[in-house]
Design a protein around this ligand. Sequence first.
Ligand code: ATP
Length: 295
Amino acid sequence: MTVRVPAKVNVQLAVGAARPDGFHDLANVFLAVGLYDEVTATAADELHITCEGPDADQVPLDHTNLAARAAQKLAARHGLAPDVHLHITKDIPVAGGMAGGSADAAGALLACDALWGTNTPRAELLDICAELGSDVPFSLVGGAALGTGRGERLRPLEVGGTFHWVFAVADGGLSTPAVYAEFDRLTEGVEVPEPLASKPLLDALAKGDPTALAATLSNDLQPAALSLRPSLADTLAAGTAAGALAALVSGSGPTNAFLTRDAPSATKVAEALLASGTCRTARLAPSPAPGATVL
Ligand code: ATP
């Protein structure tokens, strides 16, 4: 059973003050983009993971892999042994702020559910996703959605057209907990407002209007990501100079996202980013993309 799962970009990431449990309340507008991992589940004697792709050496192959944890949780729910070989074909940058691990978890869940014939109701799959991580439910549903709470409570959003993105992949990742810790440090003693979704941004998504969306993109984690990795500012500037409508750090970074007017403009921006030498690679991806899909 092979499942294809998309990456995401946060077109708005509003972050509240740290809660007593250490998590932050979010208003997180997710948009699934057309960069995909594939997860293949095959019957095996015991749970094991393999991975191929340019970043495969950075992916843990033990039971800390989120795909393995997804298989274990689904098996436990149905009283089964998680005896499965999960092969991940990885195209989503690792530790890039594009929810690659979350995508693999959602993919593994759907692939194992199909392989084992467990027919888990959608609502239960979403519960397991939320236990695995704040971004995992969105990887299952795809499209566009507003996430509240830690980001895991989802409301689907309307998207009125195709948006063309370029993603500049940096050398090396950034740890999401480290970026939140830097956010806490930078906002110490500052009144952090309650995170709320932006109405103009939701309207721009619903209209499919890239210029309006560009004017409303925001990421409260961007100052923290730039503080930890100042060179990202050069990448953002290179994409903007090449004609991107807007540039922002994707989630916790270090991948940078560039919204462009149309497909030809996206190609130009990607070429300019590569030529600038400020990123490892530049990838084109349209959005929205469908959620986890059995192939
Ligand atoms: P997010 O955008 O949800 O914050 P991310 O895209 O920044 O996540 P991931 O690619 O999900 O980051 O990887 C973060 C870390 O999780 C990796 O450094 C790796 O150690 C671990 N990890 C566990 N499972 C996976 C997986 N299937 N793929 C990639 N990384 C994984």
